[in-house]
Write a protein that binds this ligand. Structure first.
Ligand code: ADP
Ligand code: MG
Length: 360
């Protein structure tokens, strides 16, 4: 359905996309991931000509999009795009936001457009907001309206550019749920996202963009569990773990716990394990002597459903598991009770504690 060959895009001297080739079949769900600034937005904006490619070709259903004889508006109408920032018409009601396109561009009768809009609003769970205005909606609701508005144009291809990244964390899941629901309707979707769990669950294939290329592509299992190339590996490792640096005893405990909590939430770690993680981080820090250079890293193992914590602290070798202060006893007990394994090593001038926090 979509065929891309040697697509490139330069902004002046800046080469964002070097050479992108891909074939996407009807009904496929492609997630596009990668570090920021690698051209993910540019790539999908080129697909519907919001950006004019510098070189290469794009075929939609065999029709060359960049050929000057092609009826571009007609082809673009097959594609809907959902942006980070909703882009609803503020002066129109939710219903009117959904009907204006079909009436003006598809020549649909008002009654039919209204009826269809109501159905779509039901699909995204917002039928009762039909007569509200965008200002009266939460971010998550706005984005669901934006998705319904795209669907009202009956697209065959939906492009999403980080549809949840402007949302409060509490609203991410309602939008992802709607996208997941639509993914069962057979529409071809290309989704740029930072939500890796979502990407893993929904996609038929994942494109990792880097160096102006589809640097690596594969099934979600291949890309997330077994990436082959160096940069993909580094990226996947980075997003899987959280690193917190502490440079003094006056570190901000609450900010640290907040970051850890957000990490756990992102990885759908249970409330209980999340609670253990925060508590153990505090206790582990309670065992430290030297706060000049500490790194606490968390990673989530999907396979085991547990969180691993590594605390590395620079300084002379002291094993807190054996050479502890008397008042460390309680902390140690708390740690051991909530971990399936606690190990110590001294390496490269660092005292390192490895902890596996018990899963369910
Ligand atoms: P991503 O979506 O992966 O974060 P983008 O596609 O937004 O990356 O941007 C890739 C690079 O292209 C960035 O360096 C960005 O600054 C640059 N860029 C994007 N759009 C434009 C533009 N319209 N003019 C100039 N530079 C741009
Ligand atoms: Mg982007």
């Amino acid at each position: 359905m979509i065929k891309v060959r040697n697509l490139s895009k330069h902004f002046g001297a800046l080469v964002v996309l070097k050479d992108i080739s891909a074939d996407i079949s009807k009904g496929e769900i492609i997630s596009v991931i990668g570090p920021s600034g690698t051209g993910k937005s540019t790539f999908i904006r080129c697909l519907n000509l919001l950006e004019t490619p510098t070189g290469g070709s794009i075929f939609i259903d065999g029709i060359p999009l960049l050929d000057k004889h092609t009826n571009v508006p007609k082809i673009r109408r097959k594609m809907g795009m959902v942006f980070q920032s909703f882009n609803l018409y503020a002066h129109l009601s939710v219903l009117e936001n959904l009907t204006i396109g079909p009436i003006k561009l598809l020549g649909m009768k008002k009654a039919e457009a209204n009826q269809k809009a109501i159905e779509l609003l039901k699909l995204v769970g917002l039928a009762e907001k039909a007569y509200s205005f965008p200002d009266e909606l939460s971010g998550g609701q706005k984005q669901r309206v934006a998705i319904a508005r795209c669907m009202a144009m009956e697209p065959e291809i939906l492009l999403f550019d980080e549809p949840t990244s402007a949302l409060d964390p509490t609203m991410v899941s309602e939008v992802l749920a709607v996208i997941r629901r639509l993914s069962r309707e057979g529409i071809t979707m290309i989704i740029v996202t930072h939500e890796m769990e979502f990407a893993r669950n929904i996609s038929s294939r994942v494109f990792y963009l880097d160096e102006g290329l589809i640097y690596e592509e594969g099934t979600p299992q291949q890309i997330f569990d077994n990436p082959q190339k160096e940069k993909t590996k580094a990226f996947i490792n980075r997003i899987r773990s959280l690193h917190i640096n502490i440079a003094s005893g006056d570190y901000d405990l609450y900010a640290m716990q907040g970051e850890m909590e957000a990490f756990c939430e992102k990885h759908v770690v249970t409330k209980r394990v999340t609670g253990y993680t925060l508590l153990i981080a505090e206790e582990v820090l309670g065992l430290q002597r030297d706060f000049s250079n500490i790194t606490i890293s968390l990673s989530y193992s999907e396979k085991e459903g547990n969180v691993e914590m590594v605390c590395a602290s620079a300084g002379a070798a002291v094993n807190p598991l054996t050479e502890n202060f008397p008042d460390d006893e309680i902390g140690l007990k708390l740690i051991r009770g909530r971990c399936s394994s606690v190990e110590y090593a001294y390496k490269d001038g660092k005292n390192i504690l490895f902890l596996k926090i018990k899963g369910e």
